[in-house]
Ligand binder design. Structure first.
Ligand code: ATP
Length: 232
């Protein structure tokens, strides 16, 4: 679904990622870990040609997407749940979702299915998205991404700013269920325990590249790597 080879990412003259290679296969759930500023968001955005200037190879669903505009990359079946959620605060829950359906291909995800899978959003459908709790906002951002009919969902720090219970419900409840149903997931997270419980595979970013790519179990057991690069 995703194949990066020798990926680099720059903001102006500042190089954030260098020589990064990574493959994600259909049906995998992969945790993307790293300290603050390690480049998780930069990588998530680079996949969509958003934000940083990128170099190297990016293949999505087998296609070389170098230089493609974001909407065209997304249409291959990859959706981003951005850090900070990116919702329209003046619109209601239902309006935010309807907006996503207008711009997306039709498919298995409909407004009704999003409301069925996230009953909390159905209850709050007429509420302004600015009036939602952090957890509800995160659900709305995920629901909106699903309406673009993704096969690969990239989540950028979905637990950020959430109370521990809300973060657990989102990641181990909702995202885990989507992954179990076959959605491929790339989860950028600071919350190591949650990310490792969801994802059987972990990738750790540090020093502009990947310092670990393997089984989450192996990462959990590697205390010195965790201490050095994840600061736990
Ligand atoms: N728009 C930008 N312009 C310039 N530098 C940026 C920009 N966005 C991020 N950076 C820098 O790129 C580096 C990587 O940031 P990034 O946000 O990708 O890290 P992260 O691992 O997602 O961290 P966090 O968990 O804090 O979001 C940091 O040094 C950051 O200051």
């Amino acid at each position: 679904m995703l194949a990066l080879s020798g990926l680099s990412a720059h903001y102006g003259a500042v190089e954030v990622l260098r020589g990064l290679s990574l493959e994600v296969r259909a049906g995998e759930a992969v945790a993307l870990l790293g300290r603050n500023g390690a480049g998780k968001s930069t990588l998530a955005q680079a996949l969509f040609n958003l934000g940083p200037r990128i170099g190297g190879g990016v293949r999505v669903m087998g296609q070389d997407v170098a230089g493609w505009p974001t909407h065209r990359i997304a249409r291959l079946g990859m959706a981003l749940v951005p850090q900070g959620r990116g919702l329209f605060p003046s619109l209601t829950v239902a309006e935010n979702l309807r907006l996503a359906t207008l711009r997306s291909p039709r498919g298995a995800w409909t407004l009704e299915r999003v409301f069925a899978v996230f009953p909390r959003l159905a209850e709050r459908r007429a509420a302004s998205s600015s009036a939602l709790s952090g957890g509800e906002r995160q659900l709305l951002a995920i629901g909106r991404a699903l309406l673009t009919q993704p096969r690969l969902l990239v989540l950028d720090e979905p637990s950020e700013g959430l109370a521990p219970l809300a973060a657990e419900e989102i990641i181990l409840g909702h995202v885990a269920r989507l992954a179990a149903e076959g959605l491929t997931v790339l989860l950028a997270e600071q919350n190591l325990p949650l990310a490792l419980r969801l994802c059987p595979r972990a990738v750790v970013l540090a020093g502009r590249g990947i310092v670990f790519d393997g089984a989450s179990e192996a990462l959990r057991a590697d205390h010195s790597l965790v201490r050095e690069h994840l600061g736990v």
